[in-house]
Design a protein around this ligand. Structure first.
Ligand SMILES: Nc1ncnc2c1ncn2[C@@H]1O[C@H](COP(=O)(O)OP(=O)(O)OP(=O)(O)O)[C@@H](O)[C@H]1O
Ligand SMILES: [Mg+2]
Length: 267
């Protein structure tokens, strides 16, 4: 199931023109990350994918569904959505109930619901807090509860708005493992992050936004263009900066590539 965005314009009621003529296709099973400075329009764009926002102009198609013609509840069967602020989506009194809420709404049978909840708890490392009240958890852990509730929906597409916020190295590794599970299952993953090193390490495809527009799309090599970095107010990934500092022609962005280039320079 592909996503097709055509000539999308969005203006908030206060007059902020947050998206301008955005057109893009996202193929089923792809893994794509949105980069750009604060206010670039990343959240506004992804909120169109599950119908939280409807286009002022243009269209967003999720498979054969135009988001204008489908409710948020219907779209939730196709697109799982983790909010930038998890407190916007947590409202149950225990972690377990929170995760079970979505599948229960899908009217799945009890056995299937408990199977999905157990899997989500395992993938998100929530075993020790399953009975806790979400509001008694640390912010980084609440984010995992929000992620787990999306895991349990088993949608063909997931959107993660700033999942890296507040995660330590262990949390980032867990997130990387979860991305791999989704990719193995053929799920389309669209994430937003300010962590450019995590972005280039984990996502084969980057989409750079500035001032409500998509200004670049491609693999990490799009970040070799100084004008892209400047317009989006992004710092180059650490390994790219290190390679430049070493005077290399190559610009590796993953640790693996960095080693390869290092080996070739050693001759
Ligand atoms: N609810 C709202 N009402 C009015 N304007 C808004 C609203 N939400 C966002 N905006 C404005 O729309 C523009 C795009 O905001 P958006 O939240 O999509 O950016 P973002 O790229 O997600 O930024 P961040 O990295 O800070 O999350 C900004 O100018 C922002 O101030
Ligand atoms: Mg945002």
């Amino acid at each position: 199931m592909n996503i097709q965005i055509s000539n999308l314009d969005f203006t908030y009621p206060n007059g902020v023109h947050a998206l301008q003529r955005v057109s893009l296709e996202i193929r089923a099973g792809s893994r794509i990350v949105l980069l750009g400075q604060n206010g670039a329009g990343k959240t506004t764009l992804v909120k169109h994918l599950n119908g939280l926002l409807k286009p002022s102009r243009g269209d967003v198609l999720i498979g054969d569904w135009n988001t204008r013609e489908h409710s948020i509840a219907q779209l939730a069967r196709r697109v799982g959505f983790v909010f930038q602020n998890p407190d916007d989506q947590l409202f149950k009194t225990s972690v377990q109930d929170e995760i079970a809420f979505g599948p229960t709404n899908l009217k799945l049978d009890a056995a299937e619901i408990s199977k999905r909840v157990a899997l989500a708890i395992e993938w998100c490392g929530l075993e020790n807090v399953r009975d806790a009240h979400p509001y008694d958890l640390a912010p980084w852990q609440r984010r995992w509860v929000a992620i787990a509730s999306v895991v349990a929906m088993q949608t063909p597409m997931v959107v993660l708005d700033e999942p890296t916020t507040g995660q330590d190295a262990f949390g980032l590794a867990r997130l990387a493992a979860l991305l791999d599970e989704w990719t193995r299952a053929g799920v389309t993953v669209i994430a937003v992050t300010h962590d450019i090193d995590f972005a280039v390490e984990q996502f084969p495809e980057l989409l750079v936004m500035a001032q409500g527009q998509v200004i670049a799309r491609g693999d990490a090599s799009v970040l070799e263009d100084e004008s892209v970095l400047e317009r989006a107010a992004l710092d180059a990934p650490q390994l790219m900066r290190l390679a430049r500092g070493l005077g290399w022609q190559e610009t590796p962005v993953t640790v693996e590539n960095f080693y390869d280039v290092l080996e070739s320079h050693r001759g």
